[in-house]
Design a binder for this molecule. Structure first.
Ligand SMILES: [Zn+2]
Length: 309
């Protein structure tokens, strides 16, 4: 699977485009609305960004099953409306771009799920947070969360005014890091710092874009891969994340793909054969994991055992 993080008018996705017939290519969203520095340094303009986006749409139409286009907050600003996102955007061509998105609404989705080397990966633009799912996606489970999000998106976009739907309201939920007033946010909005400090969905690995954390390299933690590094990445059948030239990405903190390596290192939590954490003190698998860039705290929901991994 090839992962293409936030585009914002840039063309780095093209180095992976030739592989669309053999591999899945997942775009994490945010296709337009370039940064001023890209205009100054690499000549990305409004015109080139829109042309680039049309080429991405063509790639999707040519390989509808292999190419996955996720929606980011910037894309929601067009396809839903400014009540979901009110960022910098191409104001002078807003109506035309809204039409372009809406005319191609069936090409977009909110989430993509895939099992690789026995691990379930869920890809969204910004990330899934339990607090948001509990409030806005009743009946969600890890097994159905991607389908449910995509179905709600489809239903909303099929209405004449998607911006007026309950799902648009849910997508608009923004955390404090992004100018909102909540401690959590929607899958198109949650900032990586908020996601990293929150309760993690510990049975899966999330792959997200949206927040540029480090230059030119992804941040890999046990439960979340923060991929917004301006480079195309490739997740192999061996579960190893690589750059498109084949070089392995460095693991930032813990390996979500080989958790058993930590098992004998004196921690009071281990991982079962499915890679799910369990408490070594009482054997419970009811483990709450806060694992990210800033915190790495594991607690047992049954005996209260706590450890920092
Ligand atoms: Zn974004």
């Amino acid at each position: 699977m090839i992962i293409i993080p936030d585009i914002h008018g840039r063309t780095f996705w093209k180095e992976a485009a030739g592989r669309a017939s053999e591999e899945k290519i997942v775009f994490l969203g945010d296709y337009l609305d370039h940064y001023l520095q890209d205009e100054l340094w690499s000549g990305v303009t409004e015109e080139s960004a829109i042309g680039n986006f049309r080429e991405i749409l063509d790639l999707k139409r040519a390989h509808p099953d292999e190419v996955i286009l996720l929606l980011g907050n910037h894309d929601c600003e067009y396809i839903y409306g400014r009540n979901v996102c009110d960022c910098r955007c191409y104001d002078d061509r807003y109506d035309e771009l809204q039409r372009l998105f809406r005319d191609n609404k069936e090409l977009f989705q909110i989430a993509y799920e895939r099992v690789i080397a026995g691990k379930t990966y869920i890809l969204t633009h910004a990330g899934l947070q339990i607090e948001w799912l509990e409030r806005y996606l009743p009946g969600w489970k890890l097994e159905n969360v991607a389908d449910k999000l995509n179905e709600r998106n489809r239903l909303a976009l099929d209405t004449p005014a998607p911006g007026n739907t309950g799902f648009a309201e849910a997508l608009a939920v923004t955390d404090k890091m992004r100018g909102g007033d909540r401690g959590f946010a929607s899958p198109v909005w949650v900032d990586a710092r908020t996601l990293a400090e929150g309760y993690q969905l510990s049975d899966i690995v999330q792959i997200v874009g949206h927040t540029a954390i480090e230059k030119a390299r992804p941040v890999i933690t046990p439960n979340v891969i923060y991929a917004d590094c301006s480079r195309a990445l490739s997740l192999g059948d061996d579960g190893i994340l690589r750059y498109i030239d084949g070089k392995e990405c460095e693991i930032t903190k813990g390996n979500p793909l080989k958790p058993s390596a930590k098992d004998d290192n004196g921690y009071s939590f281990g991982f079962d054969v499915f890679g799910r954490p369990f408490c070594k003190k009482c054997g419970s698998s009811n483990v709450h994991v806060w694992a990210g860039m800033f915190v790495d705290r594991w607690t047992c929901g049954d005996c209260g055992n706590m450890d920092h991994m």
